[in-house]
Design a protein around this ligand. Structure first.
Ligand code: FES
Length: 330
């Protein structure tokens, strides 16, 4: 929640704006506003969040190991993770707007929580040494668990949750689930990424009705996209159609629908049920539809056919090769 006198930050050259909260670094405020600012540690050691203040005043709020030279300081260069805004700011910074803007990273993590929800295992990982993964909502990471083949999985956390990653696994992936459940307390899981280009283009948030269609644990790819849209506070009309036998995050989806009048949610039992929802939306929505699909291969093919027959062609299809799929029996 922003206070009335929290200063506004304007990013150059994009012109994006967000409110910088009094007790947060500029980086934290930007990430929680859904802005893909560059960073890799959030604790002043990597230098990735360097930016140049063009106008305004800041205050250093934490010591940082990374050295900003005297010449850079004179030019207004600082670390966004280590400063807060005292006045409205204009900052020159390289934001990520497309997947290609983000370099590959490798991080060590440790499991901090697991939860079995029906036949889905939700795994929460803590990134070690105060680091963070820089990625866009909807992207994937390769997870290497000792004794198991590396798996490419959607990162189910919003990028605004620096320092933590969540994965959703079908318990039919028994090798991986067993390997995770039998890990010793201090054993590490290596995470590499990000990968894939199934992301939300912020420039299209206004003016479209965004429809997310997903199946089973592919929900992990669309969850952060919806959380990202919530963080931007743009409030475009959004609909989530989730096809599954186990809507393991049903309460979360319902809580979004209860909290935001621009968001609607349908829990569906099979892909055939998507068709009538789509044609109702297509005919009834005052804005053109932009549809995002993340689903198992067979379901994805069926959904693409349905989109074609409804005459909907503005679609973002998740084609990242990953292993969350259950055998498709719908
Ligand atoms: S120094 Fe690493 S994110 Fe700021």
């Amino acid at each position: 929640m922003s206070a009335p006198d929290d200063p506004e930050v304007t990013l150059l050259p994009s012109g994006k704006q967000f409110v910088s909260h009094a007790h947060s670094s500029v980086l934290e405020s930007g990430l929680s506003a859904g802005i893909a600012l560059p960073y890799r540690c959030s604790n002043g050691s990597c230098g990735e969040c360097r930016a140049r203040v063009v106008n305004g005043e800041v205050e250093q709020i934490r010591f940082h190991d990374y050295t900003v030279t005297a010449a850079e300081k004179n030019a207004g260069v600082l670390l966004l993770c280590s400063h807060r805004a005292l006045t409205p700011l204009e900052i020159e910074v390289s934001e990520a707007t497309v997947a290609e803007d983000i370099p590959q990273q490798q991080l060590n993590t440790r499991i901090c929580h697991t939860e079995t929800l029906g036949n889905t295992l939700v795994v929460r990982l803590k990134i070690l040494r105060g680091k963070a993964l820089w990625y866009l909502a909807g992207q994937y990471a390769r997870i290497t668990v000792p004794g198991c083949t590396p798996q490419l999985l959607p990162v189910a956390t919003c990028p605004c949750e620096a320092g933590y990653l969540e994965c959703h696994l079908s318990t039919t992936q028994s090798d991986l689930c067993n390997a995770i459940m039998s890990l010793k307390k201090r054993e590490r899981i290596v995470v590499e990424g990000p990968q894939g280009s199934f992301t939300v283009d912020d420039a299209t948030l206004h003016g479209f009705h965004h429809v997310f269609i997903t199946t089973d644990e592919h929900f992990a790819a669309v969850k952060p996209m919806i959380e990202h849209i919530i963080a931007t506070e743009v409030e475009p009309r959004c609909t989530l159609l989730w096809v599954a036998s186990n809507h393991y995050k049903n309460n979360l989806c319902r809580s979004w629908a209860d909290a935001f009048d621009w968001f609607t949610y349908q829990a569906l039992a099979n892909t055939k049920a998507v068709s009538s929802e789509l044609s109702t939306l297509h005919k009834g929505s005052p804005s053109p539809l932009k549809v995002y699909v993340s689903a198992a291969t067979e379901a994805r093919n069926q959904l693409e056919q349905q989109l074609l027959s409804c005459g909907i062609n503005d679609c973002v299809i998740d084609t990242t090769e990953h292993q969350v799929s259950r055998p498709n029996n719908r």
